[in-house]
Design a protein around this ligand. Structure first.
Ligand code: PMV
Length: 307
């Protein structure tokens, strides 16, 4: 049997503009996806918990197509049976499809004794990801493979970001799933219609991301929060925020967060908020749960350079 694991991810700053070559600041989450692989007879199969879906590579559904594309890209010649588990809400901006793809690939590689470097894992998992959304920047896949806190530019290897202090992050799930394909398509439509204006907006976000990296490295969480707010205004201007996300962001700010924004594709999915410390994050988490009736959790990111 082969076993594989992969991280979910959260984008702190720079979603969407990252598709257009601007940088993003992102982090791997401790939870993500896992998979086990066995040799099989006949056709390969993939079963995913908790969705309780089973697909084969000849399946017409996206998951089946992605599985088929992956087996081809990874040159898996003999049939495999995969049992996978996703520990992230789907369509929520936490990179569940990328995490699942990377976990499946790692399980197959472990079963067959393949030693694959990160660049090759990224290439194969991008082939999988393209089935779900046509033009992925690769940030989900890169973070799913690497974990940690990183600076990402499309087509380039990630740069690790070291922070003076851990970043207390609250992640709230609006419970409204939205396909990244839809919001990436919406931004592309606006870009086509008004290229100059959108390029300026992407440049403005790139400046926010650069400042965000400095703030994270220096442990200036207040500045990081202000940059979250600025990034959120620009994302809302691209019409990919929602009333529910705005409500959750408002509650987070009112209960002491330094700043808050949507994360990932938007159009639903998750929001994030940054606070001074863990106690502050727990307070914001509780406020989101009580006042918005939505699920939220706390993650501490980075902090390697602490002490
Ligand atoms: O919604 P998610 O978790 O797939 O995040 C997508 C991030 C985008 O920047 C919106 C798209 C991309 O490919 O980078």
């Amino acid at each position: 049997m082969g076993v594989g694991e992969a991280h979910g991810k959260v984008i702190l700053l720079g979603e969407h503009s990252v598709v257009y070559g601007r940088p993003a600041l992102a982090a791997g989450l401790p939870r993500g996806a896992s998979a086990r692989a066995w040799d099989a007879e006949g056709e390969s199969s993939l079963h995913v918990t908790p969705w309780d879906v089973t697909v084969t590579p000849s399946d017409e559904r996206s998951l089946g197509k992605a599985f088929g594309v992956m087996l081809e890209a990874a040159r898996v010649e003999r049939p495999v049976r995969i049992e996978a588990r996703v520990d992230l809400p789907g369509g929520s901006g936490l990179g569940s499809s990328a995490a699942l793809g990377v976990a499946v690939l790692r399980a197959i590689d472990a079963l067959r004794g393949v030693e694959r470097d990160d660049a090759s894992a990224l290439e194969v998992s991008l082939a999988w990801e393209r089935v779900f959304h046509g033009n992925p920047s690769g940030v989900d896949n890169a973070m799913s493979i690497a974990g940690g806190l990183a600076w990402y530019v499309r087509g380039e290897p990630i740069e690790r970001v070291r922070t003076r202090r851990a970043i207390p992050l609250v992640i709230g799930d609006s419970g409204e799933a939205c396909s990244t394909k839809i919001t990436v398509g919406e931004v592309a439509r606006q870009h086509e219609k008004n290229r100059e204006r959108m390029e300026k907006q992407f440049d403005a976000i790139a400046a926010i991301v650069r400042n965000g990296r400095l703030a994270a490295e220096q442990g200036d969480l207040k500045a990081l929060g202000q940059l979250f707010d600025m990034n959120q205004s620009l994302l809302a201007g691209m019409l990919i925020s929602t009333a529910t996300l705005e409500e959750m962001i408002g509650v987070a700010r009112a209960s002491g967060a330094y700043g808050a924004k949507l994360t990932g594709g938007g159009g639903g999915g998750c929001m994030i908020a940054v606070t001074e410390d863990r106690a502050g994050a727990e307070k914001v988490r509780a406020a989101i749960e009580e006042q918005c009736g939505k699920r939220a959790f706390v993650a501490l990111l980075g902090g390697e350079a602490a002490g």
